[in-house]
Design a protein around this ligand. Structure first.
Ligand code: FE2
Length: 669
């Protein structure tokens, strides 16, 4: 007789346990065990517990290859899903082998677990496992399919709603109920005050303080007090929700005829625009991408979207100040260049219209498309193309954990034709067109922070914490990825002959970058170095970059005048005609404001099953080397977290979005 000791761990999330019967079968190089029920005296498989079971075979199965786990199909009670974390098997020879699972198992489902060392396809040496791996990949390809959401956008997974998603990529039950709870709580509070659904315009800016009176952060208070100030306006181009739009300006575009005379009063005494351009102190936010996109209709008339230009100056106090704004691309008499010296409300309106397009670019392009949608492409390609035993599957899957769930749900509630973003000035069709234009211009290089910063000439601009913290994070991720990838790929030839890896990147090129060679995104990998760079970019995108554009939404958007997705009136065409009344008529009405605010709240909350960046609660690697690399990665992240916290003590406006302690390990909201 040969005895196998099985330590079976049930997840510790709410409702992870099950009362159903569980059966396992072990497969080894020398045969298989009987299908055996795991049944100890008392309750088995309670949430957060590990049960030990013994399974006997006549002879040793020799090298253990696979465990089949079945959840009893013959039960008349309601479905009682089980979250199996892992099984550790100790063989009669005394070897302990880890079989990671980390997924929900539904009734009647049969799950096959691979254990032991991570293996690339060509390293499989047993005929049974070669065949098994082929079958696994065929099954996965049929299980996860591509679908086109709209022409010109990254492709998406084919499931129509979150209930259809396979158990292995579903959210925890606790998180979905918390999100509903948040919605409910917000709704009730606002309804009580009679704000939700109100089509009234605001009577005064101060009245907006009525929203979320018990949900304020230091930052929301700061924003409501300082939103009109030019230096805070400029600051947000660097450290607000959209740090991706400004560039150093080496030459003024010919369609933006700002004269020396216009801006002289705002420059250092004795200096000129030309001189400041030469010194590298002039920056530009140019929104020509918006030109010609039809806005949505509002009360039967089209809204207005301004493809504007905003010129910014880094002054001797190291503050970035807006100094000239033109709201449309073509200069004309009806398209004056607004200046800080104009009337308070003219200048405020000009800034608001620029902020409106910056905010739409933020939500549709920087947030949804470049993090959520591209992450979905990386995820679907990984689920389709990698075996669960592949080292890169083990490395990447924790970073893709909730992506399909949140995106599939979000397409209905947020981005869909009736979703929250559809009440923006561009509306659903306009935002789709904006994303389409943005994707056609998106380069691989722009997704890699160090290259993006250099390309935009922002290497030395002071007080740019998004860049400072982001570049440090990029390096930390890069070192970790380099260690793991080099461990599993000792040479470039290993990269070239790894079909699963090659098919993964090929699918990303086809379904994410739509086969656009000009994007510079790789179609295949030739070297270890190329793999390291791409995976660094993927992990950076789904952790740091998503946090930078997601986590401050309540901070910056809950005080709506600071950045509204919707403006209801046309932009000014002449100077001296506006008043505070114009501003109140231009801003969203009470009900619309409340909707945007509630959205920002829900999207910026931290939920109880948050997994911080770099913590891998799921044990997937058997080998000591990657485990050690994870420890080093965590130590680096924790050092950075401390350094950021210390730095923030000195800042008037702390920048915490890229503090690793606040970043999630995957896009989860
Ligand atoms: Fe998000």
């Amino acid at each position: 007789m040969a005895e196998y000791k099985l330590e079976v761990t049930t997840g510790d999330m709410k409702y992870s346990g099950t009362n159903d019967h569980i059966y396992v079968t072990l497969f080894g190089t020398e045969g298989q065990s009987e299908r055996t029920e795991l049944d100890n005296f008392g309750t088995d498989f309670s949430t957060g517990t590990t049960g030990t079971y013994t399974l006997s075979t006549n002879l040793s199965l020799e090298k253990l290859l696979l465990i089949k786990v079945e959840k009893d199909p013959f039960c008349y009670l309601p479905e009682d899903e089980w979250y199996l974390s892992k099984i550790v098997v100790t063989t009669p020879e005394g070897e302990a082998i880890l079989f990671p699972c980390y997924r929900w198992i539904s009734r009647g489902e049969l799950v096959e677990l691979r254990g032991g060392r991570a293996l690339k396809g060509f390293e499989e040496d047993h005929p049974v496992m070669i065949e098994h791996r082929e079958k696994e990949l065929i099954l996965k390809k049929s299980f996860y399919q591509w679908k086109i959401l709209a022409e010109g956008l990254p492709h998406i997974n084919h499931f129509n709603n979150v209930l259809e998603l396979p158990a292995e990529i579903r959210f925890s039950h606790s998180k979905s109920s918390e999100i509903d709870y948040e919605k409910m709580k917000t709704g009730i509070e606002l309804e009580l005050k009679g704000l939700l659904g109100s089509a009234e315009k605001w009577e005064s800016i101060e009245d907006m303080n009525k929203i979320f009176w018990w949900k304020k952060t230091t930052m929301t208070e700061y924003v409501s007090e300082h939103w009109k100030e030019d230096d805070f306006y400029g600051f947000q181009f660097l450290n607000g929700l959209n740090p991706k739009v400004i560039k150093r300006c080496s030459e003024l575009p010919p369609n933006f005829p700002v004269t020396e005379e216009m801006v002289k009063p705002f420059l250092e005494e004795g200096s000129s625009l030309q001189e400041e351009v030469k010194k590298g102190n002039i920056f530009l936010s140019d929104h020509k991408k918006m030109e010609g996109i039809p806005p949505r209709a509002y009360n039967g008339k089209p809204l207005h979207v301004t493809a504007g230009l905003c010129l910014l100056y880094l002054n001797p106090e190291n503050k970035l100040m807006p100094i000239a704004i033109q709201l449309h691309q073509q200069p004309s008499e009806q398209n004056p260049i607004f200046l800080p010296s104009d009337s308070e409300t003219d200048w405020l309106l000009a800034k608001m219209f620029i902020k409106n397009v910056v905010s739409m670019d933020h939500q549709a392009v920087q947030h949804l498309m470049k993090t959520h949608f591209l992450a979905e492409v990386y995820t679907v390609a990984a689920l389709r193309k990698f075996s669960v035993i592949h080292p890169l599957y083990k490395l990447l899957i924790p970073h893709f954990k909730s992506t399909l769930y949140i995106n599939t749900g979000g397409r209905k509630n947020l981005f869909g034709p009736d979703g929250a973003f559809s009440i923006s000035s561009l509306g659903y069709d306009g935002l789709t067109e904006l994303m389409r234009r943005a994707l056609s211009e998106t380069t691989y290089s722009s997704l890699c922070l160090p290259e993006d910063i250099t390309a935009r000439g922002l290497e030395s601009i002071p007080n740019f914490y998004y860049r400072d913290d982001g570049l440090k994070l990029w390096d930390i991720i890069n070192s970790f990825v380099k260690a793991v990838v080099e461990y599993y790929y000792p040479s470039d030839s290993e990269v070239r002959k790894d079909n699963e890896l090659q098919e993964w990147i090929s699918e990303i090129f086809t379904h994410g970058f739509l086969g656009n060679k000009a994007s510079g995104s790789p179609e295949s990998f030739h070297t270890v170095e190329e793999v390291i760079k791409f995976i660094t970019m993927v992990i950076f995108t789904v952790t740091a970059q998503h946090a930078a554009v997601n986590n401050g939404q309540f901070d910056y958007y809950s005080w709506m005048p600071n950045g509204s997705l919707l403006l209801r009136k046309p932009p000014p065409t002449t100077k001296g005609q506006s008043s505070m009344e114009t501003i109140l008529e231009t801003l969203p009405n009470v009900g619309e404001t409340v909707n945007f605010g509630a959205l920002g709240w829900i999207l910026s909350e931290t939920y109880s099953d948050m997994v911080p960046m770099g913590s891998y609660p799921d044990e997937r690697f058997q080998e000591p080397a990657p485990k050690q690399m994870i420890k080093e990665f965590q130590a680096e992240l924790s050092n950075l977290s401390e350094a950021i916290a210390t730095r923030n003590l000195q800042l008037e406006i702390p920048y915490s979005y890229l503090d690793p302690a606040h970043i999630e390990n995957s896009i989860a909201i």
